[in-house]
Design a protein around this ligand. Sequence first.
Ligand code: SAH
Ligand code: SF4
Ligand code: F3S
Length: 454
Amino acid sequence: MPEKTFYIETFGCQMNVHDSEKVRGTLAQRGYRQVETVDEAGLVLYNTCSIRDKAEQKVFSRLANFKRQKAEGRIFGVLGCVAQHKGEDIFEQAPHVSLVCGSASYNELPALLDRVEAGEDRVTGLSLDTEDTFETPLTRRDNPYKAFITIIEGCDKHCAYCVVPFTRGPERSRTSESVLEEARRLAGQGFGEIQLLGQNVNSYRDPSEAGWDFAQLLTAVGRVPGIRRVRFTTSHPRDFTPQIIEAIDENLVLCDQVHLPVQSGSSRLLGRMAREYGREEYLDRIRLMKQARRNIAISTDIIVGFPGETEDDFQQTLSLLDEVEYDSIFSFKYSPRAGTTAEKFEDAIPEVEKSRRLAILQEKQRLIQLRRNAELIGREEEVLVEGRREKSQQWIGRTTQNRVLNFTNPAQDLSDLRGSYCRVRVTGSGPNSLVGELVAKENAPAFTGFRILQ
Ligand code: SAH
Ligand code: SF4
Ligand code: F3S
């Protein structure tokens, strides 16, 4: 029997990145070895994203490169959000694809692969009719220091622009016990940082008797011995409770970072987007975070050029940036998506105007970040060291606020710092990162066990 090999490329959000880790483990157990190039692979998988048209096009341009190779016995599979959204249409667009499987069907992946391996063509796993989440102890994690844990899958909101409810199905939460068990196992394996994942983590509702909400789960994960950092993403503003901020305030293991996508600063537009909150309600959440004892970094997502966005709406988004002073933002031009409510909105904004607004928004935020990062010069930060940049002789670290802090070791000591938590003094700043110098290697954990800050 020839050796079975697979190649996987992942597009999209962290949920997809983590799904690919689970798929890799599932394939490894079936005797597949992962390879780094398509040329070496018998099975080629693309785990896809359809959040914007550009993201969706990526998989089709990849597939277009390989038309002839199917004849050589290579199997092509499309996984993830484009798979779920386009379904069998993918076979029409790319006839050399044999497998199309959405994220809600990954539990069936071994059975689907059996069929593909037996020579069956056009095999699909497209049911969204599921109560299950996809969990497996086989997960092969990419990063040796930081581990993702999915706590909730799917989304029950219906924001007018968004395909996610169609691509990932209804919300399903995992039991708190299975989340905690995974966290304990990861801590035992030496992962110091955990990131809890979900399209809307705040809607988490423990399906077991305990019935915990997200703040309760977060608190419990933060108390797992051996874990030094816990992050979570994404939070929906409507479901973001004061208890989450209290949890962060009470436990230093929970990072000083909240990603709270606003999408627009105009209540009128937020209404059209069906976001279920207005500017003032959103700002109430921000005020609560700013009043916290911890110095919580706040980031957001913004869409410009949503249908009907007037110059006044856009100006309100700009003024929101001034008011909140985000630590970072992800900003996008609106991209119409098939099947969403907004697809039928007629007052589209021309592409050039979307581009103009995006450039203005990004420049404004760049100046805010430049100023805010400069304020950090002179401070000492704890970083998790994630990598090394040989050219500049710098270690790459991340602060609790999720800022990149590149630093040198003035002691000229050659020991490898990767994976350790170091104390670093900030000596310089740019819009997207900080630079600094090592103060102490292996910073002692901020605390041992749970404690209330004074
Ligand atoms: N569940 C998360 C968002 C997931 S998608 C939440 O509710 O915040 C990530 C981001 O992509 C969104 O926050 C939004 O800013 C952007 N996005 C989603 N659909 C889009 C579209 N059709 N066009 C442009 N950007 C979009
Ligand atoms: Fe999409 Fe809205 Fe759900 Fe986020 S909350 S995934 S933007 S529908
Ligand atoms: Fe993309 Fe699907 Fe994530 S559409 S952003 S990969 S949930």
